[in-house]
Design a protein around this ligand. Structure first.
Ligand code: IPE
Ligand code: IPE
Ligand code: MG
Length: 253
């Protein structure tokens, strides 16, 4: 289904739910999902990719405009080498096998994170999927890969410092917009929701700047179990939250 023709409000039976413009997800619990079934951790990662496809489809059907998913952190290199290479391979496969359906669904893909340290082939695949989907006008899918929030802010500081040193930017002209524009996520609004699966309640270096006012939602399900029922539960929780952004909101008490 293409986003242009997709329903931009929730399916009728779910009217009343607030649809966030941007959902960010820490897709956690693949290893525990596998362990609970007597499988090896890598099988959990394979199922995790299927859950990601379900999320993208749900995002399109429910009219979510931006999804940012945490698929590999800059700290995940600390894992055993075999697991790391398996996850890198999965990114290849996701991009290769899903490119056709992402194109059909009008999804624009951006891989956010540091490219340093990634091998040439992987960088080529990343640039390729970004280039090919660049003019798609539907759902924006940001895949955080080799991503760390502190590294992202450090990169932003470095690029702003370079402009100041070159004399093209004055220190007094550095605003919050300057910083936001220097982040990997430039162009996407801040996430309305940061969802983390698997019962862990921490941010793990994800979207440190962008998450300043995100609604944090932690659920017990492991990522590979994510489905429409889970998605609706998250929308339900979000719809009941009162966002204040430092003000008093619509119902001051
Ligand atoms: C999330 O699942 C995927 C990645 C971090 C790559 P985990 O692999 O962290 O699964 P658990 O937390 O060990 O269950
Ligand atoms: C966060 O999960 C990173 C991803 C989901 C890709 P981790 O499993 O790596 O986080 P910690 O180590 O439990 O904080
Ligand atoms: Mg984990």
């Amino acid at each position: 289904m293409s986003v242009d023709t997709a329903i931009v409000a929730p399916p009728a039976e779910h009217a009343g739910l607030k649809i966030p413009a941007h959902i960010a997800v820490i897709m956690d619990g693949n290893g525990r999902w596998a362990k609970a079934r007597g499988k090896v951790r890598t099988e959990g990662h394979v199922e995790g990719v299927k859950a990601l496809r379900r999320l993208v489809d749900l995002g399109i059907r429910y009219g979510v405009k931006h999804l940012t998913v945490f698929s590999f952190s800059s700290e995940n290199w600390r894992r055993p080498r075999e697991e790391v290479s398996f996850i890198l391979g999965l990114l290849f496969r996701f991009v290769a096998s899903d490119l056709a359906s992402l194109m059909r669904d009008n999804v624009r893909v951006r891989i956010i994170g540091t490219r340093d340290g990634l091998d040439e082939e992987l960088r080529r695949v990343i640039s390729d999927v970004e280039r090919r989907t660049a003019t798609n006008s539907g759902l924006q899918l940001n895949v955080a890969f080799n991503y760390g929030g502190k590294a992202e802010l450090t990169d932003a500081a470095r690029s702003i410092a370079a402009r100041v040193a070159a004399g093209t930017l004055l220190p007094d002209d550095v605003t919050e917009d300057t910083v936001a524009a220097a982040l990997y996520t430039h162009g996407s609004p801040d996430p309305d929701i940061i969802l983390r699966t698997s019962g862990e309640q921490r941010i793990s270096n994800f979207l440190l700047w962008q998450g300043a006012y995100s609604e944090l939602i932690f659920i017990e399900e492991n990522w590979p179990d994510f489905d429409e029922a889970t998605f609706l539960k998250v929308l339900d929780v979000y719809s009941a939250r009162q966002r204040r952004f430092g003000g008093l909101g619509s119902d001051p008490r």
